[in-house]
Design a binder for this molecule. Structure first.
Ligand SMILES: C[S@@+](CC[C@H](N)C(=O)[O-])C[C@H]1O[C@@H](n2cnc3c(N)ncnc32)[C@H](O)[C@@H]1O
Ligand SMILES: [Zn+2]
Length: 426
């Protein structure tokens, strides 16, 4: 087991505008078929845990790190659970990281990681830009904190709902640095393990019709709470759900000063009777009811409440627009390239309208309640917008909308759209 000792690295390297193109060294002992390729970089995955499908999550991390480097003197990255080291490789080669601490608890990955990183040239002082360790992620981050060796960007690509990494990462991050965290606990997000979500993220999660958005809000909420304990606050720059796994990934900016305004850390209710969702602040505890059904007595157990969790915007739209621009400059998107990445970022930009509430509504749910055929997503969104409501698609579910329009009005609009289609056909 390697122990390590670091002092802050300060290099005055020029800020990269485009990721350097790498011609990977072909290791003589390895057949070319053993290599995976991502954004033109080659690496081996061996027996490590690697999912090709997670490339969008890696792309978003690489873009964020490069974006950070553009306005900061250096970029020191801690890749706390590196697997085969693909992210470290990409942060070094594409984001222009000056240094990466590359960690994975599994020592058996060492040779693989070393081979993959051997294609990274040394810095101007002739030193390697990376160091590999095999420690528990909490330990490596805590050691960095104790040595006052802080990082600009920390990536914790963990499994399950282990939230103990949040505090360690916040300890080891520089102020205004970025922490990229993960949860893969779909059961908790779906409300099937409320005691687990309570233990991990401090949120009692009940089954709701938008579980994967709840999963993101649960993770951000847990981070808000941990940061608060330490006198910090976090801002979600983007919150990305991917159904492979499932994986909930959130990019957080960590800043000094406890969150005073708890407006966006509260409770979400869903009324099974009428399909309405609402958010409630702490001050409104005790007054929770469905505003749509409040005139009639609620049927038993019709109102489901989850929380506390993050109820504010899932993303910073202006930040995402800058990432999109960077991806375009790098040639990752445009000319028919990178359609999936472009689509996801654009959907997230649409979702970042602060007027949009928590949750999404599946078109089928509206159609079922309206007893009509499902309207097209496009016509429903454009009608809602014409009526003055905020409306967007959801990056999580393709046949759903996000809107601040109450369910009852959505139902009336769906009926009107159905009537006008029927009239046109007749
Ligand atoms: C999801 S995989 C990492 C995948 C990699 N980041 C990628 O993008 O391909 C998680 C990794 O964390 C390592 N790991 C699991 N528990 C750990 C811990 N407590 N501390 C450090 N590493 C850990 C595993 O060996 C595994 O390689
Ligand atoms: Zn109701």
């Amino acid at each position: 087991m390697q122990t390590f000792s670091f002092s802050p690295f300060i290099f005055n390297l020029p800020k990269p505008q485009i990721p350097p193109s790498f011609i990977p060294k072909c290791h003589s002992s390895i057949q070319s078929t053993d290599y995976e390729t991502e954004r033109g970089l080659q690496f081996q995955v061996g027996d490590s845990f690697f999912r090709h499908e997670s490339f969008i999550g890696r792309d978003l991390g690489v873009l964020s790190a490069a974006h950070y480097k553009r306005s900061n003197p250096e970029l020191r990255v801690l890749d706390a659970m590196c697997g085969c080291g693909v992210r470290s490789l990409r942060y070094l080669a594409e984001s222009g990281a000056d240094f990466v601490l590359v960690n994975d608890a599994n020592e058996e990955n060492r040779g693989l990681i070393m081979d993959n990183l051997s294609q990274i040239p040394k810095n101007l002082e002739g030193k390697k830009k990376w160091v590999i360790t095999h420690l528990d992620a909490n330990r490596v981050m805590s050691e960095c904190y104790l040595q006052r060796d802080f990082f600009d960007f920390i990536d914790v690509d963990s499994f399950g709902s282990d939230s103990s990494f949040l505090r360690s990462a916040f300890n080891a991050i520089k102020m205004d640095g970025l922490v990229y965290v993960t949860s893969t606990d779909g059961y908790s997000a779906g409300g099937h393990r409320p005691h687990n979500s309570l233990a991990s993220y401090g949120a009692y999660i009940r089954p709701m019709p938008y579980p994967n958005e709840i999963g993101l809000r649960m993770l951000v909420g847990g981070a808000v709470r941990e940061a608060c304990v330490m006198g910090y606050h976090v801002t979600p720059l983007f919150s990305y759900y991917s159904y492979h796994g499932p994986v909930f990934r959130v990019m957080l900016r960590v800043s000094r000063g406890r969150l005073i305004d708890m407006r966006h850390y509260g409770f979400i209710s869903y009324c099974r009777d009428c399909g309405n969702s609402q958010t409630f602040t702490w001050q409104e505890l005790g007054k929770i009811c469905c505003s749509n059904c409040s005139t009639k007595p609620p049927s038993g157990g019709s109102l489901v409440v989850s929380g506390p969790l993050w109820t504010g915007p899932l993303h910073d739209g202006a930040y995402l627009a800058e990432l999109l621009d960077l991806a375009r400059q790098w040639g990752w998107i445009g000319n028919g390239m990178g359609l999936e990445l472009e689509k996801v970022i654009n959907l997230m930009i649409g979702e970042s309208d602060p007027k949009l509430p928590s949750g999404y509504i599946k078109i089928d749910q509206i159609a079922k309640r309206a007893k009509v055929n499902s309207p097209s997503l496009r016509s429903l969104i454009s009608t809602l917008q014409k009526e003055g409501y905020a409306a967007s698609r959801s990056h999580i579910v393709s046949n759903a909308i996000k809107t601040n329009c109450p369910m009852t009005t959505c139902i009336s609009i769906a009926k009107d759209l159905n009537n006008s289609t029927t009239t046109t056909q007749a």
